[in-house]
Design a protein around this ligand. Structure first.
Ligand code: DHB
Ligand code: FE
Length: 280
């Protein structure tokens, strides 16, 4: 049977992709941020997942504001990347697993998650940069990926509560797949940031650290907040952190915290890395 072995979180800041491709990761500005990925990279090398389900939001590459599904699952055998305006160097295509995706789609639907299925899906910095930070630049990506896009851009966006519930459903979907497979769920985006308007530049370190602790140990805590409350605290783009709850919901209720790292500011954002492992 397929098995979820753990979850990882990562910011998906566009500048991270450029720092990696331009060889800047050891520069003073970036070093501490990238050092925070080393234990996560080591964990992935040791655990060797076959599949990473990447929970991310599209920022206008695959979906534009005229049509934005709340939840969209990639159901393709390959996913291509492109630059949607950050001068990012496109990366090699990602191998998918359409058969596994369709199983997940069927299962999510049967659990009342009416998701959009995408047999073609271009993946943007929200998907690519966490994988670049975790696996480095590759000619061929060493893992199969499945994109799960959550709308955090065009309001109304789903609640934290709904994202956690999606994670619960995702776990049942994965763990009912008959093929032996080791699966990691990667929650991307966040943490606090706001890119525009009067509060542009907002970062709330205290709230970010509390979110990291609660996501690991008490994820229900976050579901008490409305999206307006989350954006008041974490900024309009800080709402992206709700995607971490999809990852968390897909894990067991008690998990081992393998690694935790926070760095702010980096670009415009508070950036957190978590590695959570299921006990069995
Ligand atoms: C930044 C962060 C994001 O999540 C994003 O999508 C774009 C920019 C930033 O910190 O610059
Ligand atoms: Fe973003």
């Amino acid at each position: 049977m397929a098995k979820i072995i753990g979850g990882v979180t990562s910011s998906h800041i566009p500048a991270v992709g450029n720092a990696i491709t331009n060889g800047l990761t050891q520069e003073p500005y970036w070093k501490r941020f990238f050092d925070g990925y080393e234990p996560a990279k080591a964990w992935l090398r040791a655990q060797k997942p076959d599949v990473v389900i990447v929970v991310y939001n599209d920022h206008g590459l695959n979906f534009f504001l005229d049509k934005v599904p709340t939840f969209a699952l990639g159901c393709a055998d390959v996913y291509h990347n492109d630059d949607e305006g950050w001068a990012l160097k496109p990366v090699p295509p990602f191998k998918g697993n359409a058969q596994f995706s369709w199983h997940i789609a069927e299962s999510l639907m049967s659990q009342d998650f009416d998701i959009c299925t995408c047999q073609e899906m271009k993946v943007d910095h929200g998907f690519v940069n966490p994988l670049l930070a975790l696996y480095g630049q590759c000619d061929v990506w060493p893992v199969t990926t499945i994109p799960l896009a959550v709308n955090t851009v065009q309001h109304p966006v789903p609640t934290a509560r709904r994202c956690l519930a999606l994670g619960h459903a995702l776990r049942r979907a994965v763990e009912s797949y008959p093929e032996d497979m080791r699966v990691v769920v990667l929650g991307t985006g966040g943490m606090s940031h706001q890119l525009q308007g009067e509060r542009a530049g907002l970062i709330d370190v205290e709230f970010d650290l509390e979110c990291m602790d609660k996501i690991a140990n008490d994820p229900q805590w976050l579901t008490q907040f409305s999206n307006a409350e989350l954006m008041r605290r974490a900024g309009t783009e800080g709402i992206e952190t709700i995607m971490w709850l999809v990852m968390r919901g897909a894990l067991q209720s008690n998990v081992k915290v393998v690694h935790k790292h926070y760095h702010a500011p980096i670009s415009n954002t508070g950036a957190g890395v978590l590695v959570l492992e299921n006990y069995s």
